[in-house]
Ligand binder design. Structure first.
Ligand code: SAH
Ligand code: SF4
Ligand code: F3S
Length: 475
C-alpha cells in the first residue's frame, strides 16, 4: 500500500522532478545484508542529481537515510533507538541555525513496519521499502512541499533498476570491488524467514540490464564483482531472445567484459545448485572458488520443518559434485540453532554435517522468532539457554575449521587482487580468492592488478606473504 499522510494522493508521474541544487550532505547508515549495501549505494546515486553528496557524520548531513534490516531479534527496537539519536542531532542542528535534516527510514524494517515507524516516530520524513528507492527524489520533493511524512512501501510493477542513472557508476568510482544485485525477493518461504515479506516475490533483472551495469562498473575500475540475490542461483533473467538465462549463462557473459577478472555470487540456495552452475565452476576461471551455500541445519527433520526443500545428504552430494568440478573450492555457510522442535539429536546431525563438509567460514545464529513467519507460532520453542549452549558448541567447531583452513594457506601460492596500500610503508594489501586479507611488500602501482603471492604467515585476521611475480594482468 502507498499512503501519503498529510498529503493528497497523486500519480507519481505528475510530480515535477527537482532540479539540481546547491551541494547537500547525505549520510547513509546501512545495516543488514550486502543487498542493503548495494541499495544504499544506489540511493546515493539517485540523490546525486539533487545535489546530495556523501558526508561522514550525520551531524553534517542535510539528509540521513537509515537502511534497515529485519532478519533477527530486536530489529525494530534498534531502529527506534537510532532514530532517537538522529532526532537529537537534528534538533541540535536546528538550534545552531542549520537546515532541518531530512530523516528517511529505508530497507526491510521500513517495509515491514512502515506505519508503526510513522506513528511511533512522527518526526521521520520518509519511509521507503527496498523496492522503491528509485522514487526517492520524488519523495523528497513531496515531503518538502507537504511538510509531512511520505511513505512508499509498495512492490511497484516497474523495476527499481530501470531508474538507475546510466551515465556512470559513480558510487563505484575508485573501487576495485563492487556488489551488483541481479535478483531480488524470494518465493521459498522458509519457516523462520522474513525476507519473502520484506523483499517481495522473486524477480530477476534482464541480462542486458545486468551487463550494462557491470560494464559501467568495469569502466570505472571495478575488477571483482559480487552478484547478489536472496536466491542468486535461481536467477532466470530475460535473455532478450524470448528466453531466460541461468546464472551460469550470465556469468559466462560477464566474464567476457574487459577488466572483470573475478566474479562471485551470493547467496545461493542448495535447491538451485544445478549442473550448469557446477560446470561453470569447472570451466570458468573468473568464477572464484569460494561459495557461500547456506545449509541452516544438518537434520532432515529440521530441514523439512524449515521448508528448505532438500535433505542433508542432497547438500553433501551437491558439495561433492562442486568439489569434483573445482577441487580448490572452499565453502562458507549459514546455520540456525534452536529452530522450534530441534532436539539434541537434530543438533548433533548439524555438528556431523559440519564435520563431514569442513567449512572455510560460516555465520551461525540462534533461532529468532520473527513476527508473521510460520515458525514463530509453532509449539516446542527451544529454551534460550539450550540455544546458547548449542550455538557455542557449533561456533567452536566452525572456528576450529576456519583456523585450520587459514593455517593451510601457509606454503601455498595465491592470486591476490591488490586493493590498497598496506599499513606499513612499502606494503600493499589485497584479497585472496577466499576473501582473506593478504599483506605483502610491493610497489603501489600494482594496486588494481592480480599478482601471485607466496603465503608465508598467518595472523589473527589476515595472511602475510611474499610477492613472487608481478603478473601484468590488470584484473
Ligand atoms: N537467502 C538466504 C538467506 C538470507 S537471510 C538463504 O536462503 O540461505 C541470512 C541468514 O540469516 C540465513 O541464512 C539464516 O541463517 C539467518 N536467519 C534468517 N532468519 C533467521 C531467524 N529468524 N533467526 C535466526 N537466523 C535467521
Ligand atoms: Fe529466507 Fe529461505 Fe528465502 Fe533464504 S530462501 S531468503 S532463508 S525464505
Ligand atoms: Fe536484512 Fe532485508 Fe537483507 S531483512 S538480511 S536487509 S533482505
Amino acid at each position: 500500500m502507498t499512503t501519503t499522510p498529510n498529503f493528497p494522493a497523486m500519480p507519481a508521474s505528475s510530480d515535477p522532478m527537482p532540479t539540481v541544487q546547491a551541494p547537500r550532505g547525505l549520510h547513509v547508515i546501512t545495516w543488514g545484508c550486502q543487498m542493503n549495501v548495494y541499495d544504499s549505494a544506489r540511493m546515493a546515486d539517485v540523490l546525486r542529481p539533487l545535489g546530495y553528496g556523501p558526508v561522514e557524520r550525520p551531524e553534517d548531513a542535510d539528509m540521513v537515510i537509515l537502511n534497515t534490516c529485519h532478519i533477527r531479534e530486536r530489529a525494530t527496537e534498534k531502529v527506534f533507538s537510532e532514530l532517537g539519536r538522529l532526532r537529537k542531532i537534528r534538533d541540535e542542528r536546528i538550534g545552531n541555525g542549520q537546515d532541518r535534516t531530512i530523516i528517511a527510514v529505508a530497507g526491510c524494517v521500513a517495509q515491514a513496519e512502515g506505519e508503526v515507524i510513522l506513528s511511533r516516530a512522527p518526526y521521520v520524513d520518509l519511509v521507503l521499502g527496498p523496492q522503491t528507492y528509485h522514487k526517492l527524489p520524488e519523495m523528497v520533493a513531496r515531503a518538502a512541499r507537504a511538510g509531512g511524512a511520505v511513505i512508499e512501501t509498495d512492490f511497484p510493477v516497474e523495476q527499481k533498476f530501470d531508474f538507475l542513472p546510466t551515465d556512470a557508476a559513480p558510487q563505484t568510482q575508485g573501487n576495485l570491488t563492487a556488489f551488483l544485485t541481479i535478483q531480488e525477493g524470494c518465493d521459498k518461504f522458509c519457516s523462520f524467514c522474513v525476507v519473502p515479506y520484506t523483499r517481495g516475490a522473486e524477480t530477476s533483472r534482464p541480462v542486458a540490464s545486468v551487463l550494462a551495469e557491470a560494464r559501467r562498473m568495469a569502466e570505472s575500475g571495478v575488477r571483482e564483482i559480487t552478484l547478489l540475490g536472496q536466491n542468486v542461483n535461481a536467477y532466470h533473467g530475460d535473455d532478450g531472445e524470448g528466453g531466460s538465462a541461468t546464472l551460469a549463462g550470465l556469468v559466462e557473459q560477464l566474464a567476457q567484459i574487459p577488466g572483470l577478472g573475478r566474479i562471485r555470487y551470493m547467496t545461493s540456495h542448495p535447491r538451485d545448485v544445478d549442473q550448469s552452475l557446477i560446470d561453470a565452476h569447472r570451466d570458468n576461471p573468473a568464477l572464484m572458488p569460494f561459495l557461500h551455500l547456506p545449509v541452516q541445519s544438518g537434520s532432515d527433520r529440521i530441514l523439512k520443518a524449515m521448508n528448505r526443500g532438500h535433505t542433508a545428504d542432497e547438500y553433501r552430494e551437491s558439495v561433492r559434485k562442486l568439489r569434483e568440478a573445482r577441487p580448490d573450492l572452499a565453502l562458507s555457510s549459514d546455520f540456525i540453532v534452536g529452530h522450534p522442535g530441534e532436539t539434541e539429536e537434530d543438533f548433533e546431525a548439524t555438528m556431523q554435517l559440519v564435520r563431514d563438509i569442513g567449512f572455510a567460514m560460516a555465520y551461525s545464529f540462534k533461532y529468532s522468532p520473527r513476527p508473521g513467519t510460520p515458525a514463530a507460532g509453532q509449539p516446542m520453542q527451544v529454551p534460550e539457554d539450550v540455544k546458547d549452549r548449542r550455538l557455542a558448541e557449533l561456533q567452536a567447531l566452525l572456528r576450529e575449521q576456519q583456523d585450520a583452513f587459514n593455517a593451510d594457506m601457509v606454503g601455498t601460492v595465491q592470486e591476490i587482487l591488490v586493493t590498497n596500500r598496506g599499513r606499513k610503508p612499502g606494503q600493499i594489501a589485497g584479497r585472496s580468492p577466499y576473501l582473506q586479507p593478504v599483506h605483502f611488500d610491493g610497489p603501489d602501482h600494482l594496486i588494481g592488478s592480480t599478482v601471485k603471492v607466496a603465503i608465508t604467515t598467518r595472523r589473527t585476521n589476515s595472511l602475510g606473504g611474499t610477492l613472487i611475480r608481478e603478473t601484468a594482468s590488470a584484473c
